[in-house]
Design a protein around this ligand. Structure first.
Ligand code: ADP
Ligand code: ZN
Ligand code: ZN
Length: 709
């Protein structure tokens, strides 16, 4: 007798097929089983899903129902918890469950047959040789400090979620290692997940976990899941996590969907990092889903940061004031002499116009070079100059396809659009008036590198008698940004040079400020950070503060060098509260000031937001789509309840690659009210697309809890 199955398949985000499809099967298969099913002319991977509890979902009439092609029953079904996580994420972020579920599985699962999979699973079994395992005492765990001990004790005795608020270098990673170690020793099946913002930038973390746990549980006990893996590697990690063989999964945001049957602990390191938010498809926040998943599965959750997101900071206020997370404090850095660097502000109002490096900063840089120490200079703008302009007429290097300027790259004398990629050789004459004098306006990292080479040309770093230049050698400057690291492996080799001491001054974008452990750097300088102070994006100050604190935390981590390390900030607003707080390394003061502003303005975390973005051939069509959807929404009961729909506006970069972009903000004081409204409104959004005024609409998407407004 045939059985009816509900099967989730990957459906286009806005197709009418939102729920599972019905298929027949010879035998009953439990929910979570992977299957292969026919859809149209194709065969697709699907997941047997729970029978719908909601009759509004379209179910294809049984007489038209096809049979599944195969069941991939070599793989255990995905758990009820996993399915619930997917369903929650789909409904919260307004996407189809099929899209979320299938995107969370390794791509290779789609291509392999059941037999191929069975073979792969067999090959894996028996890989860990028992003789490779060592006695538990073979690991070199360090004795925790008093602050670490206190944090660990709270972790052990309370439920969380926890916010581990610890200075850079306070030993947060050591706390994660310790908590994982205790868990794995106590429960023979238990699994832990550790998420980092960019695993490619932090191989150090992977090495620390492997070093600590491979001797205890075998080399396969630690696996990673991130987009840098090849498809076979990703499948291998995924299977190890899913089978329970991997005890620890390290990964980027995608890891939050890893199937882990015995998940007991989730760590989200650098929880403030914007890269935890997915920016396409289902725009989920891996940090927020981690907290949800922890509650769902009974796993403890630790969010860690030296500069928490204001959301997490707010959630971790005292319980009497409504806080839901428990704050664990580790204010001190490990080791003697590794105090946080001294912060020095240079008032650029007192410098000659167009100064790039103020004399005091330049002197400080020269001194470091002469002493053989390393410095890091960062500027969030790559290329040589953000704009090229004519000195005679008002021609500027606008991109013909975007509402943005093309950036001048001197290295290959090109003008490149950083939005659509259009690259052309720099014109010899002004394209508008023929004037040969076209000038770079403003500066990027390429310019900084060149300029520093001139300014430091006469400085000698210390030499030794047996070197070619006993009286010292010229300065070595390197640049790390998206341009210098385009080739595979380039970033790693450039970082290795810095670590090996082959670089005196490192110039770069925020790429160098984040996550890397540059122990020998004793000076960090932000040459032009002011634009974030007055940005239209209300989160810009928060991001700047965290970036500067992170950058400062990179400096002088080697004992002995810490005492003399400095963080320099060149600014036209030296008394801005952000810099005052930075000077004192006082995140709580900064957070209090920002939260007060946000509360007064009714902004997150005191309100909840969603954005609808529309892309179309014309700005009119993009806005028409949003405006009609907004007008139609007025009839909904849920739109009357604590929800504000703002008018449609062009996005800050209005046009990219000839596509016009517009957005509309929806705000509510209540997360529940916002969710109710969005779910009611979704059918209207789908239907609005076919309105005549929306002709030319290319795509639209909802972004719940958006990070960039
Ligand atoms: P964070 O993650 O907070 O930046 P880490 O965990 O990386 O800090 O610790 C900073 C440095 O201090 C690392 O080199 C680490 O090995 C060391 N460390 C951490 N905890 C201890 C400890 N209890 N005793 C000695 N060294 C420690
Ligand atoms: Zn001109
Ligand atoms: Zn462009």
């Amino acid at each position: 007798m045939a059985h009816w199955l509900q099967v989730l398949v990957q459906t286009p985000a806005h197709s009418q097929i939102a729920g599972p499809l019905s298929y027949q099967s010879e035998c009953a298969l439990s929910p979570g089983t992977l299957v292969r099913v026919p859809l149209g002319k194709r065969e697709m991977l699907g997941i047997v899903w729970d029978a719908p509890t909601d009759d509004s979902l379209p179910v294809i009439a049984p007489d038209k129902t096809k049979a599944i092609t195969a069941a991939l029953d070599a793989i255990a079904p995905l758990s009820a918890h996993w399915r619930e996580l997917v369903s929650f994420a789909a409904s919260y972020y307004q996407r189809s469950a099929g899209e979320v579920a299938l995107a969370a599985l390794p791509p290779q699962l789609r291509d392999l047959s059941s037999t191929q999979l069975a073979r792969r699973l067999k090959r894996k079994a028996g890989q860990v040789k028992p003789e490779e395992l060592q006695a538990p005492n073979a690991t070199k765990s360090v004795a925790p400090t008093a602050e670490q001990t206190r944090a660990i004790a709270q972790f052990d005795t309370k439920d969380g979620p926890f916010l581990l608020f610890g200075a850079t270098g306070s030993g947060k990673t050591e706390v994660y290692l310790h908590c994982v170690e205790q868990l794995l020793a106590r429960e023979p099946q238990a699994q832990a997940m550790v998420m980092v913002p960019e695993i490619n930038l932090t191989p150090q973390l992977e090495a620390r976990f492997v070093e600590r746990f491979a001797p205890l549980y075998g080399a396969d006990a630690v696996v990673s899941l991130h987009s840098g893996l090849t498809n076979p590697q990703r499948l291998k990690s995924w299977l190890a996590a899913h089978s329970g063989e991997a005890r620890i999964v390290l990964g980027t945001r995608m890891a939050v969907f890893a199937s882990m049957p015995a998940l007991r602990l989730i760590v989200v390191d650098e929880e403030h990092d914007p890269s935890y938010k997915q920016q396409e498809g289902a725009r989920y926040s891996a940090r927020d889903l981690a907290v949800y998943r922890g509650r769902l599965e009974g796993a403890k959750v630790v969010l860690g940061s030296a500069t928490p997101s204001l959301e997490s900071w707010h959630h971790s206020r005292p319980a009497e004031e409504g806080g839901r997370y428990l704050r664990l404090l580790m204010p001190s850095r490990i080791g003697d002499g590794s105090a946080l660097p001294r912060v020095r502000r240079v008032d650029m109002n007192h410098q000659p116009k167009k100064t790039v490096f103020s004399p005091p900063l330049l002197n400080a840089l020269r001194e470091r070079v002469a002493r053989g120490e390393q410095s890091m200079v960062f500027l969030n703008r790559r290329g040589y100059a953000p704009v090229l302009g004519c000195s005679e007429c008002d021609w500027k290097s606008e991109c013909p396809h975007c509402s943005a300027f093309r950036v001048f790259h001197k290295i290959d004398r090109t003008l490149r659009c950083h939005h659509c990629g259009l690259t052309e050789r720099v014109p010899r004459h002004c394209p508008s008036c023929g004037n040969p004098d076209i000038q770079p306006l403003g500066r990027g990292t390429e310019h900084l590198e060149e300029h520093l080479a001139e300014l430091l040309a006469d400085v000698r770093r210390p030499g030794s008698a047996n070197e070619q230049h006993p009286d010292g050698q010229p300065v070595r400057i390197a640049r790390i940004d998206a341009d210098s690291t385009r080739l595979k492996g380039a970033l790693q080799s450039q970082l290795a040079q810095v670590h090996a001491g082959e670089v005196d001054v490192l110039v770069g974008t925020q790429m160098i400020a984040k996550g890397h452990d540059f122990r020998r750097i004793t000076l960090v300088a932000a040459v032009n950070p002011d634009s974030a102070l007055f940005s239209s994006d209300f989160r810009a100050p928060e991001r700047l503060f965290s970036l500067l604190m992170q950058a400062a935390g990179r400096a002088g981590r080697d004992a002995g060098l810490g005492g003399q390390s400095e963080m320099w900030v060149q600014t036209f607003h030296p008394t801005h509260p952000l810099f005052e707080a930075l000077k004192k390394h006082d995140y709580p003061a900064f957070a209090a000031q920002q939260l007060e502003e946000r509360e007064q303005a009714g902004m997150p975390p005191f309100s909840f937001q969603a954005l609808v973005r529309a892309e179309a051939r014309t700005q009119e069509a993009a806005q028409a789509f949003l405006t009609i959807a907004r007008e139609t929404a007025a009839a909904l009961e849920t739109a009357q309840q604590q929800v504000t729909l703002y008018p449609a506006v062009p996005m800050s970069i209005q046009r990219i690659a000839n596509v016009e972009r517009a957005q509309m903000l929806i705000e509510s004081g209540s997360r529940v009210a916002l969710q109710r409204f969005l779910s009611d409104w979704s059918a209207i959004l789908h239907d609005t697309r076919s309105q005549p005024a929306c002709k030319g609409l290319i795509r639209w998407a909802v972004d719940v809890d958006p990070l960039a407004i």
